[in-house]
Design a protein around this ligand. Structure first.
Ligand SMILES: [Zn+2]
Ligand SMILES: [Zn+2]
Length: 1772
């Protein structure tokens, strides 16, 4: 890129290049083209340094030139008729064209419409995508024509016509050859073009030759071109003969072909012929100027490549704040070559035709080019109004004169639409038809009332053209709607075109309804003109338009001065405010008019939008005015403003009369009569002008002031005489008051003789003087607001004369009308006319029952104030509530309560009619009519578009990109999407957008990184000050002089509407591109949270869950498919970061200072003793011990035996801590955005991947409903659009499997048993049959078991094997599903099925060993099942292998993986508890505690805590127990669920029961139980059970029988299932058992046999169950035997057996190191033998007194446990 520092130097360069071009093709173009008439020898000849023709101009010229045919460029100033011979080639893409006159001009044709619909239906991006397809297609053909030397005269969306002109260098024969050769190439190469919706685009071609006349039309302002001649007609006929894929030539063309040059097939008509191919005599027309190689390359690119908005604008990144320009590279030597294909473009640049070319191109395009915008910027989807004019030239006019007529018509139309927001886009002639296309509302030409303007322009054109004598017939049609607008075609030859059904519709209307101005429903509605200006037309089918809706003739009705003073029988709705204001002002003006000093306000102007109901309000006001005051009303029209004093004349109408209606002499007489006897006759002449009278002039004034003074004086006198009493003067449309009248009106107002009421629109511009006058304090202006929604139903009923409307209609009106009653009226009219609405009579009660909305009575009839109040009273309605949804409720009340007890009031009569059975008129919507078809009014859009259009192209680009990102977006992301590095340019754009209130600051916090979530909910419009509140913003040096907000880092749209409107401007292609960039940004730039070191995520979207670290040390994966969207580099960065993090979390001292209270710091101290003994003391033991555990040699069994008791086998993962991590939040935001962008970009497969990841994040954030929502959406996607994209059915199946798995998971989380069906469905989709029969299950189970045994005992795990990633993903997904299924079965106690699922899950997980999480979970479930099903050996083996696997994980452990580890460890711990391996279990429990905390999983923590606590209790580690409970308190605060709280109190109570020590006082526990213990449903019900049982036992032990009764029922109520009961519940069972025996003993003492027997039965059953449970839960055994001894003692008084049992208990307890039990057994033995003192016997009870509490940490030694003595029956 060159540095244009020196002006002269630049010129030199430019010149050099230009001269090169000339040198290069100077002779070239002469050979082929006619000599241009423009003088080449301009004075600023080559080499002149005074040239001001800059490189910008040159680039601009080239672009301008690309928009016109060669024929214009070569003879640009020649407006004469040029006749020459030539050959034409006509191409039509759609293939089904009839020879109607409108065809060629139409940018789109029937075939095109078919395609449109296909694209619409298939959801492939609609017409805009189609446009792109056609653009590429036609672009490629244009290229072919250019390379054959043809001149593309014009083309549109789907058709083109090209010319080969006969010149000295090109004979007719050559021309015909070129055309046919070109046609053959086109048919061969692009004859059929497969689009992406199973649509084959085909082209048919026709060639004709002969004499042609070409002429420019128009003037220096705007010009166009026309062509006429026989070949034009001939080619249409020929084209009509052709089918898609064919070439048809005319007879004349055939004459220029020699025999056997082409293979020709003459058609039956004998005139036309089909060209099938080249014949043996074909001669090669190859020329030296053809650069075949180049054109081929270009061709390929144009067909495949998408015209990208950014690829053309990527120069922006190199643009340095205006010093360079986008045109720079267009003149670089390399790119200049691209013009070689069309030398005319270079010629235009060389001849500096910039100014001359402008008039051929419509203004919005020229403006864009002037602003150096790439033409692609103009491509957008825009709301426009289309005007088509068609006229038939008289048959008397010859073809040559026809061109003059066309010229005349063209200029007429141009003048009509000029300055009225219209652009004449095309003119075309065929035979006697002349057609023009005018577009309203293009860029920079946006007007809110463009539909109205278009209608008025249409009328004007219609009238003017009709008056031309050469014209026989005129038709004009206006339509409104959204169109694809843009430059279409090839870089070297393109045309600005609008494409859309709206355009087709206008063209069809114009043909179908001749001799009038017609329009469609949308135009009628948008125009905001009254319905009386529109006449409904009979229905005519319009080709290609499925539902044209009602069609109207537009005929503007003239307004007169007389205000047709009609008063509506209906009450005026929603205008109380205006009425009240008027009454107040009038009253004051009336009473104070005589008082000199009082200030009054005696003119009220009601300002309102079109059809806002101004006149209706005026009428209502006058109707309600005091009948004593005389009223004079009149309406002004546009013409009135042109006449001086017109308004004043009209005001004095009844006193003097107005010119035109009364004679001058009558007026003179009347004035004289009024002013007689005042001796002022000499001065009357000053009134001459005012009343158009001619009193003799008697004086001359020196100054104007004197004259004015006299005028005021005379006017005052006259006014006082005329308005001798107080008048009301009402003026409708006061915007048309002339300035002179304003002047006198002020005088009149000062006199306080009248009150003026006026209406005024908001659209018309007032004169400066009028605006000045309006500041007068005597004038009050009130703006009319939209009618409140509450009244809409009333309005509708009034307008239709009915009493009820369907709710859908009410809703539509409310949403779409913007409260404009005129719109509602027009809307209803169109609805009625198009048959969408019918009125029927039905019973009131029936109407009520079917939900018809019926407005209250006071909306339908004029009731007095009292009546209204009464009515509302009956309806229990005190205020006009604005809540529309309440309306129906109130109505019900009304119907029910309507009484007939008000005989005195007129309203009562009406009430009589309101009986349920009375008939009322109600309207209904016809079933097939869709209200959604009515496009809403887009008021805001216009304002927004006007703002948008006023921006520079860079600002527009910035906004377009922003719109893609959402309401709030980071600047960094915006810049990425814009691909812009122009920091200052961006800052300036942002500054401007802040200042015009489009953007504002979203308060980013760049110290913390990113958005401050708290501030997110702030309404951006609360504070309109332009500022930036970002924290930690780094401002670029280049922007240091700009305000801070120019550099704002986190932006937001002030209005979502602005964003939406901007977004809607984007074509689908642009959307795809920007969304695509947004996706790349999110994938590349999303960083982890600060706690995680702000690095990149290593887990990424799209099946990247394979774990390299676990799998294979050799990099076998690099050769395979790369899942990663993150480069290896970034992975490395992350690893570095994590190691830093690792060091950080190991420095215990550092932690204490930096981490919050609830961090691991405390836990570290609590556990420090254990950690040093049981686990490593510092660092992850992986590095130390990896070698020890990863030895590859040794057989399974040896390994197990070697390792099973090795404490160091447990890897602690202490380097990983996610306790402060907020990554899930970041990911949640990221994925939800990603999904939106994928939708926008249409990347269906990516949506799927993102959704899957997002659902994981949702579950991580405990938002199961959200997960279900997005998964359901994804499922829908899979059934719909995605099906077409994924061709392989099995892949769809796998995706479904995954979605079902995740849906099941979310449902299981919500405790919905439906989950089961989802898992089963998932497995089915995975192609797996999970047997439901017992036999099938056991067979399968055995097979897996065998495999497992082999794997575990005989073969060591396979360390490195190369695997197929698809297979790995499949296995992992299946394993995941089976794991969840196993979890489901376990929770239901269906152990048999659970076991199979677990085995299967694990076997799938280890099949490829590629996902650490899946493997952990697989082992976890299997270990759990093995423990519960008492397969101890298997369990131990599994533990060893699982723990070994943990050591093999080498890459970073993500939080989900860590969670899986926690689950695994927890299950191992549980298994060990079940085996009663107390120490080993606790050794496992501590890491669980730490890891679960690090993985932010309170559920797992909660699961682990009670057992860990219980373990310490059994080992009599009372202090430790207390510490654990204290630690638990932190959890209590963190969780919303009450589970922790309940467990905490249960454990507190347990400690007291077992040892007499307390952590929390018993009172506090009681308090908790009473207040909140049982209110909530909790996640974990086992804690609740424990708490109740302990509480009951505590009361029993204290012999508080009454209190105990309270808990008895709930305590006895829990049932222990036969197999696999939760260990917590089993332990609770022990407490229950103890309580029951004590209870029984007591009842026995009381001789309550019934109660004791009942207790006995329960005890027996409980013993039975616990006995069974102790098979797999050995931990129960000591207490079981102890209690059995007690039972035998109590029940049977059998000392011998009792002590035998006690011995047994002791033995088991000792074996299990159950120190607590040992001590209690000793105590019981002594107690039962009466060997202890009474003190000791009752010491536990004593310690239940508050004063005797011992805190757990007061314990000096463990000798002094306060134990309870189990009481024996008295009879012992
Ligand atoms: Zn900011
Ligand atoms: Zn994090």
């Amino acid at each position: 890129m060159m540095e244009p520092t020196d002006e002269n130097k630049v010129d030199d360069v430019v010149w050099q290049m230009t001269s090169d071009i000339i040198k290069e093709d100077d002779s070239e173009w002469k050979k082929r083209r006619a000599v241009p008439l423009v003088d080449l020898k301009d004075s600023n000849g080559p080499g002149s340094k005074t040239s001001y023709f800059t490189m910008y101009d040159e680039g601009h010229t080239r672009i301008l030139a690309s928009l016109v045919p060669d024929e214009i460029i070569y003879n640009i100033g020649d407006y004469s008729k040029r006749d020459f011979d030539g050959c034409l080639l006509f191409g039509d893409v759609s293939g089904k064209v009839e020879a109607t006159s409108a065809n060629f001009l139409l940018p789109s044709l029937p075939g095109f419409t078919d395609l449109c619909e296909k694209y619409n239906k298939s959801g492939k991006g609609g017409p805009s995508r189609l446009t792109q397809v056609l653009n590429n297609y036609i672009g490629a053909m244009v290229q072919e024509i250019l390379s054959h030397g043809g001149d593309v005269l014009k083309f549109s969306g789907d058709a083109f016509i090209a010319l080969w002109k006969v010149t000295d260098q090109l004979s007719m024969r050559d021309a015909v050859h070129e055309a046919i050769d070109c046609s053959l190439v086109i048919q061969k190469t692009y004859g059929t073009y497969q689009t992406d919706v199973d649509v084959v685009v085909r082209v048919k071609l026709a060639v004709a030759s002969g004499h042609l006349v070409f002429s420019l039309v128009g003037n220096e302002e705007s010009s166009h071109y026309l062509m006429t001649g026989d070949p034009i007609y001939a080619i249409k006929a020929a084209e009509h003969k052709a089918s898609a894929g064919e070439i048809v030539i005319t007879a004349r063309v055939s004459r220029h072909i020699s025999a056997n040059e082409y293979l020709i097939n003459v058609l039956p008509d004998g005139l036309h012929a089909k060209v099938l191919g080249v014949g043996p005599n074909w001669r090669n027309m190859q020329r030296q100027y053809e650069d075949k190689e180049y054109s081929q390359g270009q061709l390929g690119k144009d067909l495949d490549g998408q015209t990208s908005l950014l690829s053309d604008t990527s120069i922006i990144s190199n643009m340095d704040d205006g010093t360079g320009g986008p045109m720079e590279d267009e003149i670089s030597p390399i790119t200049t070559d691209q013009y070689a294909l069309r030398p005319a473009v270079n010629l235009a640049a060389r001849l500096r035709l910039k100014e001359e070319l402008r008039r051929f191109i419509i203004a919005p395009v020229v403006r864009g080019i002037d602003a150096s915008e790439p033409l692609e910027y103009l491509t957008e989807i825009r709301q426009v109004a289309i005007l088509f004019v068609n006229c038939k030239v008289s048959a008397l006019v010859g073809p040559m004169e026809g061109i003059d007529v066309a010229d005349n018509v063209y200029v007429t139309v141009c003048n009509a639409v000029k300055d009225r927001y219209g652009c004449v886009n095309k003119i075309s002639n065929f035979d006697k038809d002349l057609m023009l296309l005018i577009i309203f509302g293009l860029r920079g030409f946006k007007h809110e009332l463009e539909s109205q303007i278009a209608l008025k322009c249409a009328t004007e054109c219609f009238e003017k053209i009709k008056s031309l004598k050469e014209i026989d017939e005129v038709a004009a049609a206006v339509t409104s709607g959204r169109c694809y607008c843009g430059a279409f075609g090839h870089t070297l030859r393109r045309e600005y075109t609008v494409i859309g059904l709206v355009v087709n519709k206008a063209a069809r209307l114009m043909v179908a309804y001749p001799n009038k101005v017609t329009c469609d429903r949308e135009t009628f509605l948008y125009s905001k003109l009254e319905a009386r200006n529109f006449i409904l037309q009979e229905y005519k089918p319009l080709k290609g338009i499925v539902q044209p809706g009602p069609i109207y003739e537009f005929k503007e009705v003239e307004r007169t001065h007389d205000l047709g003073f009609s008063i509506s029988p209906f009450p005026l709705l929603g205008r109380e405010q205006e009425l009240n204001l008027y009454n107040t002002l009038l009253k004051r003006a009336c009473t104070l008019s005589q008082q000199e000093n009082k200030k009054i306000c005696n003119m009220l102007i009601v300002r309102g939008d079109f059809r806002q109901g101004k006149t209706r309000l005026l009428e209502e006001i006058l109707y309600s005015s005091d009948p004593q005051i005389p009223i004079h009303t009149f309406t002004l029209t546009a013409a009135d403003r042109e006449v001086s004093f017109r308004t004043v004349q009209l005001m004095f109408l009844q006193f003097i009369g107005v010119p035109g209606k009364t004679s001058r002499s009558s007026r003179e007489r009347k004035i004289k009569v009024r002013l007689q006897n005042r001796d002022i006759d000499d001065d009357l002449f000053v009134l001459n002008k005012v009343y158009d009278v001619r009193f003799p002039v008697t004086k001359k004034f020196d100054t104007e002031e004197q004259k004015l003074e006299l005028l005021y004086k005379m006017f005052t006198i006259l006014s006082k005489v005329c308005f001798s009493m107080f008048w009301i003067v009402a003026i409708d449309d006061a915007d048309y008051i002339d300035d002179e009248s304003w002047m006198l009106l002020q005088v009149l107002l000062d006199l306080k003789l009248i009150f003026v009421l006026a209406t005024m629109g908001t659209q018309r511009e007032l004169t400066t003087y009028a605006l000045q006058v309006l500041k007068n304090e005597k004038i009050k202006i009130i703006e009319m607001k939209p009618i409140d929604k509450w009244f809409h139903v009333g309005l509708v009923c009034q307008m239709l004369g009915i009493e009820g409307v369907p709710p859908e209609l009410e809703k539509t009106v409310q949403i779409r009308s913007n409260g404009n009653p005129g719109w509602i009226e027009s809307f209803l009219v169109t609805l009625m006319q198009s048959g969408g609405l019918t009125v029927r009579e039905i019973k009131r009660i029936h109407a009520y029952n079917i939900g018809v909305v019926m407005p209250p009575l006071y909306m339908l009839m004029r009731l007095s104030k009292e009546e209204t109040e009464l009515w509302m009273d009956i309806m229990e309605e005190c205020t006009y509530s604005k809540k529309d949804e309440e309306a129906s409720k109130r109505w019900k009340i009304f119907v029910d309560s309507c009484r007939e007890s008000y005989p005195d009031l007129t309203v009562a009569k009406t009430f009589q009619q309101l009986k349920k059975d009375s008939m009322i008129m109600v309207c209904f919507l016809n079933a097939e009519f869709k209200l959604e078809d009515v496009v809403p009014e887009q008021h805001m859009d216009v304002v927004i578009l006007q703002t948008f259009d006023s921006l520079t192209s860079y600002e527009q680009l910035l906004l377009k990109c922003s719109a893609v990102l959402g309401d709030v977006f980071p600047r960094d992301m915006l810049l990425y999407i814009m691909s812009s590095t122009a920091t200052r340019l961006t800052a300036l754009a942002v500054k401007k957008l802040f200042e015009i209130q489009v953007l504002s600051c979203a308060r980013g916090n760049f110290l913390e990184g990113g958005l401050n979530f708290k501030d997110r909910l702030v309404d951006p419009n609360d504070d309109l000050t332009v500022k930036c509140d970002c924290i930690g913003l780094i401002i670029e040096d280049s922007c240091i002089d700009l305000p801070k907000y120019a550099s704002c880092g986190y932006l937001r749209f002030r209005s979502s509407e602005f964003r939406e409107t901007t977004y809607n401007l984007l074509t689908d292609n642009q959307k795809r591109e920007f969304h695509g960039k947004a996706i790349r940004y999110l994938e590349k730039e999303t960083r982890r949270c600060r706690a995680c070191g702000s690095g990149y995520f290593s887990r990424y979207m799209g099946g990247g869950r394979l774990d390299d670290g676990l799998r294979n040390k050799q990099k076998s994966s690099t050769s395979g498919r790369k899942y990663s969207i993150i480069s290896q580099e970034s992975m490395d960065t992350h690893t570095d970061k994590s190691s830093i993090l690792g060091q950080f979390s190991f420095s215990t001292t550092a932690k204490k200072d930096t981490m919050p209270k609830n961090s691991m710091a405390l836990r570290e101290t609590v556990l420090s003793g254990h950690r040093s003994s049981s686990t490593e003391s510092g660092g992850d033991n992986f590095s130390v011990s990896a070698g020890t555990f990863l030895f590859p040699s040794g057989l399974g069994l040896t390994t197990i035996n070697k390792l099973k008791d090795n404490y160091n086998l447990t890897r602690t993962f202490s380097t990983f801590d996610y306790s402060l991590c907020t990554c899930p939040l970041i990911l949640s935001t990221m994925y939800s955005q990603l999904i939106e962008h994928c939708k926008g970009a249409g990347l269906v497969e990516k949506i799927m991947d993102a959704t899957i990841e997002y659902s994981y994040v949702c579950m991580e954030n405990k938002n199961a409903p959200q997960a279900i929502k997005v998964l359901d959406e994804a499922l829908e996607l899979l059934e719909g659009p995605m099906k077409d994209q994924i061709e392989l059915e099995w892949m769809v199946s796998l995706k479904r499997g995954k979605l079902f798995t995740l849906l099941g998971r979310a449902r299981m989380y919500l405790k919905d048993d439906e989950a089961y069906n989802f898992f089963m469905d998932a497995l089915r989709h995975y192609g797996i049959h999970f047997p439901t029969s017992n036999i099938g299950r056991s067979l399968l189970k055995n097979r897996f078991k065998l495999n497992q045994t082999m794997r575990l005992y005989l073969f060591p795990p396979v360390f490195s094997k190369s695997i197929d990633e698809d297979l790995a993903e499949y296995c992992n997904n299946v394993s995941e599903c089976l794991y969840l299924l196993c979890k489901f079965f376990s929770s239901k106690g269906r152990w048999d099925e659970a076991e199979l699922a677990a085995i299967w899950s694990l076997s799938k997980a280890v099949e490829t060993e590629s996902d650490f999480e899946v493997i952990c979970l697989g082992y976890a479930s299997m270990i759990f099942i093995a423990a519960v099903t008492v397969q101890h050996n298997l369990c131990v083996a599994l533990e060893v292998f699982a723990l070994r696997t943990c050591h093999r994980k080498k890459t970073i452990v993500e939080s989900e993986e860590l969670k899986a580890v926690a689950i695994l460890y927890n299950n191992i711990a549980t298994a060990r508890f079940l085996r009663a391996e107390l120490d080993k279990a606790m050794q496992m429990s501590y890491p669980v505690w730490r890891i679960a905390n690090a993985a932010r999983s309170p559920e797992i923590l909660l699961g682990a805590f009670p057992f860990l606590a219980y373990g310490t209790l059994l080992r009599k580690q009372i202090v430790e127990y207390g510490n654990i409970l204290t630690e638990m308190l932190y959890l209590v605060d963190q969780d919303v669920d009450n589970s922790e709280k309940i467990w905490y109190h249960a454990l507190c109570l347990m400690l007291h029961l077992e040892t007499g020590f307390i952590v929390e006082s018993v009172e506090k526990c009681n308090q908790f139980i009473q207040t909140e213990g049982f209110e909530k449903t909790v996640r974990d019900p086992t804690g609740k059970t424990r708490l109740i049982v302990c509480k009951w036992l505590w009361e029993i032990r204290n012999e508080n029988w009454e209190a105990a009764t309270m808990w008895q029922e709930s305590a006895w109520d829990f049932n222990i299932v036969d197999k696999g009961e939760d260990m917590s519940n089993l332990i609770s069972g022990l407490y229950l058992l103890e309580g029951l025996i004590i209870y029984m003993v007591n009842k026995m003492d009381m001789k309550n046999l019934k109660a004791s027997n009942r207790a006995d039965a329960l005890i027996t059953s409980l013993f039975h169950k616990l006995d069974a449970a102790s098979n797999y839960c050995a931990l129960l055994k000591p207490r079981m035997w102890h209690l059995r001894a007690y039972y035998v003692m109590a029940k049977h008084n059998d000392y011998k057996t009792a002590f035998k049992h006690l011995k047994k208990a002791q033995k088991v307890a000792e074996k299990q190191h159950n120190d607590l039990e040992i001590e209690w057994i000793d105590h019981s033995e002594l107690a039962w033998n009466n060997k202890i003192t009474t003190d000791v016997l009752y010491s536990w009870q004593e310690h239940c007194e508050e004063e005797n509490y011992i805190q757990f940490n007061e314990l000096d030694s463990i000798e002094n446990l306060v134990l309870y003595s189990l009481p024996l029956p008295i009879y012992i």
